[in-house]
Ligand binder design. Structure first.
Ligand SMILES: Cc1cc2nc3c(=O)[nH]c(=O)nc-3n(C[C@H](O)[C@H](O)[C@H](O)COP(=O)(O)OP(=O)(O)OC[C@H]3O[C@@H](n4cnc5c(N)ncnc54)[C@H](O)[C@@H]3O)c2cc1C
Length: 376
């Protein structure tokens, strides 16, 4: 392929202060033009170890690292993006408590309330948290808002990651609050993430988009399948609660397809921007073909694609060569934290839809290029 879309760089260890944050940042190839931009993001460690839990300094360090990542991403060019995990800024236990409360009748936590707390109009205090927890809650809101502000100031869209289902309601609440505060301009500055493996994902997407519209904010969404399958299944089994995820891979694929259709229809109505974040060739082809049918331009049409660093480069390369906006997400941080993260992704990759031998992958790449570049 003549037009290589990206130069991959492992930037681990370049950010000393990212010590306890799994950062990731990716190189984005703009296809034919040969201009490259960096997509940067932060991934907090998925499990907070007991000896750091509750220590404000851990979250403060992560905050510093997130701000550094904004600068790093911005320094690479105008198309940079960045990912952020809420649980790197706020204790997962507080998120879980908020999430639980939100499911109770008459729950008083709404995005509007968080917006007011972030803006300093009301005290960042929730009646069901202890004074110490409320202090942490307030500090976490400041951290989240400050990263969003820094990213907006540097023109780096901030993609808020989706995490476990028992946190996700709270994470959505915080994400919508950031969307309400920062997405009043022409383009979304803060993006949400929707996980298609969750039952009712399509309704979640529709609800978020409609909340943003009502609030007068722009909406951007990263559409993924979901990364916590085994943990979610185990938890549901252990607690004897209903499994929040679709029962089969096929059901998740169908859900991804319908979320994609919905998101693309919102893009056409100028009510959303979409990142198709998947390694699944069928989803990539569905998105590319529907964009064609709906008349959405390949570049600057409000839709981009993303794959993780080192995974499915044949998909990213074919997309870049065909003129689509395609991102690679690359981990940044100390090797001791980046390697376990990559190992988990590699294992997931083997279990996913894209297993196969090298010759099979070469054939898939060829077929993908043939369909995306029919004139070649
Ligand atoms: C750029 C980028 C950003 C991401 N950000 C996030 C994020 O914020 N949050 C997050 O959770 N994940 C995130 N992910 C990971 C993503 O959710 C998937 O885990 C990963 O991409 C694999 O799914 P796939 O669509 O690429 O492909 P596939 O290989 O086609 O699908 C594998 C996925 O299908 C689902 N699945 C597999 N078996 C079953 C089953 N038996 N029943 C039901 N479902 C099943 C699982 O979600 C599994 O990950 C991100 C991925 C990318 C590329």
């Amino acid at each position: 392929m003549g037009q290589v879309m990206g130069v991959y760089g492992a930037l681990w260890g370049t950010l000393g202060s990212m010590g306890r944050v799994m950062g990731h940042t990716g190189l984005y190839g703009a296809g034919y033009g040969g201009h490259w931009a960096l997509w940067g993001g932060l991934w907090a460690l998925p499990h907070i170890s007991p000896h750091v839990w509750g220590r404000e300094s851990w979250f403060e360090d992560n905050h510093g690292a997130a701000l550094e990542c904004v600068g790093l991403a911005a320094s690479t060019g105008p198309d940079a993006m960045m990912q952020l995990k809420v649980t790197a800024m706020m204790d997962a236990n507080i998120c879980a408590a908020i999430n639980k409360r939100m499911q109770e009748p008459g729950a008083e936590v709404t995005p509007e309330l968080i917006i007011a707390a972030m803006g300093g109009e009301i005290a960042p205090s929730l009646p069901f948290l202890t004074p110490q927890q409320n202090q942490h809650f307030g500090a976490s809101l400041r951290r989240l808002d400050s990263v969003a502000q820094a990213a907006a100031a540097r023109g780096v869209p901030l993609l808020m990651d989706a995490e476990q289902s028992y946190l996700q309601g709270a994470l959505r609440l915080l994400t919508l609050a950031l969307i309400g505060r920062h997405n009043r301009g022409a383009e979304p500055r803060v993006w949400s993430t929707v996980q298609a493996y969750v039952r009712g994902a399509e309704q979640v997407l529709a609800m978020e988009a409609s909340w943003a519209r009502r609030y007068g904010a722009r909406y951007g969404v990263k559409l993924v399948r979901g990364a916590y399958l085994e943990e979610e299944r185990l938890r549901a089994h252990k607690l004897g609660v209903p499994d929040p995820l679709h029962p089969t891979l096929e059901a998740t694929h169908r859900s991804y397809g319908s979320c994609l259709e919905l998101a693309l229809s919102l893009v056409v109505q100028d009510q959303a921007r979409l990142m198709v974040a998947t390694h699944n060739e069928a989803s990539v082809l569905q998105a590319a073909q529907r964009m064609e049918e709906l008349g959405i331009p390949r570049r600057a049409g409000g839709v981009c694609f993303a794959q993780l660093y080192g995974m499915c480069d044949h998909v990213s390369l074919a997309l870049g060569a065909a003129g689509f906006a395609a991102y690679k997400s690359v981990p940044v941080g100390p090797a001791r934290e980046a390697l376990p993260y990559l190992a988990r992704r590699a294992q997931e990759h083997r279990q996913g839809a894209l297993r196969g031998t090298a010759p099979e992958r070469r054939l898939l790449a060829k077929e993908l290029r043939r369909r995306l570049l029919p004139w070649r």
